[in-house]
Design a protein around this ligand. Structure first.
Ligand SMILES: Nc1ncnc2c1ncn2[C@@H]1O[C@H](COP(=O)(O)OP(=O)(O)OP(=O)(O)O)[C@@H](O)[C@H]1O
Ligand SMILES: [Mg+2]
Length: 302
C-alpha cells in the first residue's frame, strides 16, 4: 500500500446506511485531505450524524467503505480511534461525575501503552506514563481554554464549555482527523467565534477537521470545502462560494423544489397564489431561517 503525504486522511466510498426501509445515507463519497477543514451541512434528518456514525464504526454501513490514510478501517469505534479519527457528539457525552481533567485522561487511554499489570502494580513505568498523560491533558485544557476548570466536575460546566471539553477529550487521542458534530449548538455568538478560532488552531497544528453545523456563517467562514447532504445523498460539494450560490442548496434548506425539479411548476403556482393573497414579505424571514438552519423538515425525511 502506498501512502503519500498528499493522500487523503479520510476516504469514504459509497457509504450507505439503511434502517429497515429508510435509507438514511446513500452512496456518499467524501475525501478529507491533510490540512483541510471540510464542512458537512444539510437540513435536519439529512443523514449527517448517521454518516459520522458510519465513519467512526458506531454503525456498520450497509454498503461502502471508510479508509484512513489509505487503509480501510474495520467498523469498530476503538479501532477507528486508534487509527487516528476522533469525534465529538451532537448530544454531549461526557462523564458527568468526573472532573474536567479526568474526562480528558479518558480520551488519552488509546495512546497509553501501559498494560493492566503495570496499572495495577503502579510500577515506575505506569507512574511515568500517568504523569505524561496528565501533562498532555493539561496542555489540551490550556489549548481549549479550560485549564482553570481542570478540577471541576464536568456536569458543573456551562454548556459551551462542555462542548469545548468534548473537543479536548477528542484531541487527547492525537487524531489526524477530528469529526465535530454541531460544535456550536447552544453557544452564544461570542462562544461561536471562539470555537471558530479553536478549529483553525486545531487545523494549524496538523489535524484535519470534518465539521457538521447548522450555523452557516460559521461553516462558510471556516471551511475550505463544504459538502451538502440532502435526504442521505450528497447534493453539492465545493468551496463556500460555490455552495452558497447553488440554488439547489437554498431550495433544500427552504424545503422548496428548485427549477426543473419534480413539482417545481406546481410549487411556483402555489407561491404566486400565496403572494397574491398576502401582503407581508416572507423572503427576509426565510432567508434568515436558512442562515440559522432552523427550517423544519418533513418527518419522513423525504
Ligand atoms: N438508529 C437509527 N434507527 C433508525 N433510524 C435512524 C437511526 N438513526 C438515524 N435515523 C434516521 O436517519 C435519518 C437521518 O438522521 P440523522 O440523525 O443522521 O440526521 P442529521 O442530518 O444528523 O439531522 P440533524 O441536523 O437534525 O442532527 C433520520 O430520518 C433519522 O430518523
Ligand atoms: Mg445530526
Amino acid at each position: 500500500m502506498t501512502t503519500t503525504t498528499t493522500s487523503p486522511v479520510l476516504t469514504a466510498t459509497g457509504v450507505t446506511m439503511r434502517f429497515g426501509g429508510l435509507t438514511a445515507v446513500q452512496a456518499v463519497d467524501l475525501d478529507v485531505h491533510p490540512g483541510e477543514i471540510v464542512g458537512l451541512i444539510g437540513p435536519n434528518g439529512a443523514g449527517k450524524t448517521t454518516f459520522f456514525n458510519c465513519l467512526t464504526g458506531l454503525y456498520v454501513p450497509t454498503e461502502g467503505s471508510v479508509a484512513y490514510r489509505g487503509t480501510v478501517l474495520p467498523p469498530k469505534p476503538h479501532l477507528v480511534t486508534q487509527a487516528g479519527i476522533a469525534r465529538t457528539f451532537q448530544n454531549i457525552r461526557l462523564f458527568a461525575n468526573m472532573t474536567v481533567l479526568e474526562n480528558v485522561l479518558v480520551g488519552r487511554h488509546t495512546r497509553t501503552k501501559e498494560g493492566l499489570w503495570s496499572a495495577l502494580l503502579r510500577g515506575p513505568g505506569f507512574k511515568r506514563a500517568e504523569a505524561a498523560s496528565k501533562a498532555r491533558a493539561m496542555e489540551l485544557l490550556e489549548f481549549t481554554g479550560l485549564a482553570d476548570k481542570a478540577d471541576h466536575l464536568s456536569r458543573n460546566l456551562p454548556y459551551g464549555e462542555q462542548r469545548k471539553l468534548e473537543i479536548a477529550r477528542a484531541l487527547a487521542s492525537d487524531p489526524g482527523l477530528l469529526l465535530l458534530d454541531e460544535p456550536t449548538a447552544g453557544m452564544n455568538p461570542q462562544e461561536t467565534r471562539a470555537t471558530e478560532e479553536l478549529v483553525f488552531a486545531i487545523r494549524d497544528l496538523g489535524t484535519a477537521v470534518l465539521v457538521i453545523e447548522h450555523d452557516m456563517r460559521f461553516i462558510f467562514n471556516l471551511c475550505d470545502r463544504v459538502a451538502v447532504l440532502v435526504q442521505g445523498q450528497k447534493l453539492v460539494e465545493g468551496t463556500s462560494e460555490v455552495v452558497q450560490s447553488d440554488e439547489r442548496v437554498i431550495a433544500a434548506y427552504l424545503g422548496t423544489p428548485f427549477e426543473g425539479a419534480p413539482g417545481a411548476e406546481e410549487a411556483a403556482e402555489v407561491e404566486a397564489a400565496e403572494a397574491g393573497a398576502t401582503t407581508g414579505a416572507t423572503g427576509g424571514a426565510t432567508q434568515d431561517e436558512a442562515q440559522r438552519g432552523t427550517t423544519a423538515r418533513t418527518e419522513d425525511g423525504q
